[in-house]
Structures are given as structure tokens and as C-alpha cells.
Design a protein around this ligand. Sequence first.
Ligand code: T46
Length: 144
Amino acid sequence: MECVSRLIEVKKTGNPQVGFLSFFESEKDVPFEIKRVYYIYDVPAGTKRGMHAHKTLKQFLWCPYGAIKIVLDNGKEKKEYILDSPQKGLLIVEGIWRDMYWLKDNSVLCVAASDYYDENDYIRDYDEFLRLVQEAYWKDENKL
Ligand code: T46
């Protein structure tokens, strides 16, 4: 599976009478082994989070409730996604700066990650991120 940041449709089963169930599987629907899951909640509308990139981490984001705008930036171009449906998942590969904007109160952001938490994997300084892009720290240019 090509490792490019992109939307991935999450499968669903069910019907309006009993409701729906959505699911995805590690290394099948999401192109990495999932080692960690976390979620962000009770966030007021208008909040901006993120503002960092990862050296190696790949992540899969979905919003089961509410609406969240995600802006991805590979240091050369930016692309915007709205996660506003439980069927929309967003794959973010390594070397991508991300900003997340809560569009509605209490929107929930869920994340499946390719590795355990490690603060050393974060790049939280945008100038440092741009420098690493210029130095081709990520060998394959991370397309959006
Ligand atoms: C990302 C976006 C989508 C932990 O202790 N363990 C964890 O697994 C995580 C994810 C975070 N933390 C700590 C680190 C910080 O002290 O929780 C605090 C808040 O993290 P941060 O400010 O990085 O949160 P966001 O919402 O800006 O970013 C998070 C993830 O950290 C990040 O990897 O890509 O969600």
C-alpha cells in the first residue's frame, strides 16, 4: 500500500433501525501495525491543536462525533480535510506538519498510531520542520 497521506473510507455495517458499526483492521485497511490508540474530547469549538510533525510516526485519524478540520503541510504544499463523518479516516504519514481545528463543541478525535508515545519523535518548531524538509530528512518526499 502506497504511504501517502490521504482519506480512507471506513467500512460500515448496519441499518437505520438498529444503527451502524464501523471498523478497520491493522495492516489491512490501515497500512501500518497499530501500537497505540488515543482520543481527544471535551474540546471547545474554535480550539486549535496539533502544530507539530512527527519524525517517524504514522497515524490514522477519525472523528466519530462532530466536525474537525485538519490542515496538512509537507513543507511545500498544504491540504485541508474535514473529518465530519464516522466513515472518514485520514492517514497521516511521517514528516507532515498538522494543525487541527475544532469546528463543533465536543467533537471527538480518535487516533490509531504506528508506535508508542515518544516525545522525541515530535517536531514542534515550524522552522526546524522546514529545515528538515530542505535537508531531505525524509528520503521519499511526503506527498499530500
Ligand atoms: C498528533 C495529534 C493528531 C501522552 O502522554 N501520550 C500520548 O499518547 C499522547 C498522544 C500525548 N501525550 C501527552 C503529550 C502532551 O503533554 O499529552 C499532552 C498533549 O499532547 P499534544 O499537545 O501533542 O496534543 P495534540 O492534540 O496537539 O496532538 C495529538 C498527538 O500528540 C499528536 O501525535 O498527531 O494529536
